[in-house]
Write a protein that binds this ligand. Sequence first.
Ligand code: ATP
Ligand code: MG
Length: 360
Amino acid sequence: MTLAQYKSAIEQSNIVSKTDINGIITFVNDEFCKIFEYTKDELIGKNHNIVRHPDVPKEIFKSLWDTILAKKTYKAMVKNLSKNGKTLYVNTTVIPILDKNGEIEEFIAIRYDVTEAIELSKQMQAKDRFMFQQSRLASMGEMIGNIAHQWRQPLNELGITIYDMKKSFSKCKEDEFLQSYEHSKDVIKRMSHTIEDFRNFFSPNKEKEKFLVKDAIDELLRMLQGTIQRHALHVEVKHHKQVWIEGYFNEFTQVLLNLINNSKDAFNQRKIEARDIKIDVNINHDKNIVILFSDNAKGIDENIIDKIFDPYFTTKHSSQGTGLGLYMSEMIVTKSMRGSIKVCNHADGATFEIKIPAGE
Ligand SMILES: Nc1ncnc2c1ncn2[C@@H]1O[C@H](COP(=O)(O)OP(=O)(O)OP(=O)(O)O)[C@@H](O)[C@H]1O
Ligand SMILES: [Mg+2]
């Protein structure tokens, strides 16, 4: 390949520009003009910052200039702006060209348009966020039922205490009155704790933390007391080892919540009387945390078992399920916890196996 051929190959497939040592444009190729929507005449002699995007902080340009003035190659993904205000993302390489004496003669910049890929991944992120929200909302109704369940008892207690207060008031028993008053305050505090617990449960993850699997499961089951009683679930948890996880507490409990909800739905749909859910927590010899979750709800149809982790795959009525539960669970386990989730049927139900690499 001759040098001319080489040059033409680069120019045809890339966005190429040259500037002098002060950043004044001396050359642009056709691709550059096309992408940035300028004519050659509009560019030659202008400062290269003509394509700067206002969003890009000054420090970025400082680091660019520091690098190339130190005669080093600069590589980055840069956000640029076209003449008509279009945002462009370009993978950029700026190379200082040195003369015989080793002084900078000019800069050559080679760019590659990645706008489409960037926009696509942004849309994907938005879509993931949307789906996550959707799947959380889906379990909200059930959760409100659980708050109601946990409030029923303290509400009754408050009713009785207020009645007591009325009695002690009419009997002018100040001590008893004040005692009931203090007791009411305690009950109200407990009720607001409940709300706080649920709020935390549904708020997005703050940061990674180290927690005991046992604590997460205990907390989840406490919150699900309403569901567990209403649907007569018998949940048995076996912890073979004391297992720690480093990750997002809420995400982890969300996964188990999705599994419990699915079992509950299957029990109801198939009108099963004795409803057992078994959760088994262990660490295997490969230092993986293994959580086995089984129910006895007659299992998953073999002709759909390959699809249950797909987004929006559901066998339930649209008011009953969005089909995002297992999809989100898989995302959390694989993407966030770097583990895996599998399903298989056993004699009278389904077993989900979650494997997560254990920390220290
Ligand atoms: N334990 C189970 N027993 C029987 N079938 C199950 C079980 N878990 C999941 N399934 C099947 O897998 C499908 C997909 O489950 P997934 O949790 O992803 O969605 P969903 O429960 O239908 O809706 P969502 O979870 O969004 O409310 C369910 O519709 C159901 O047919
Ligand atoms: Mg589900």
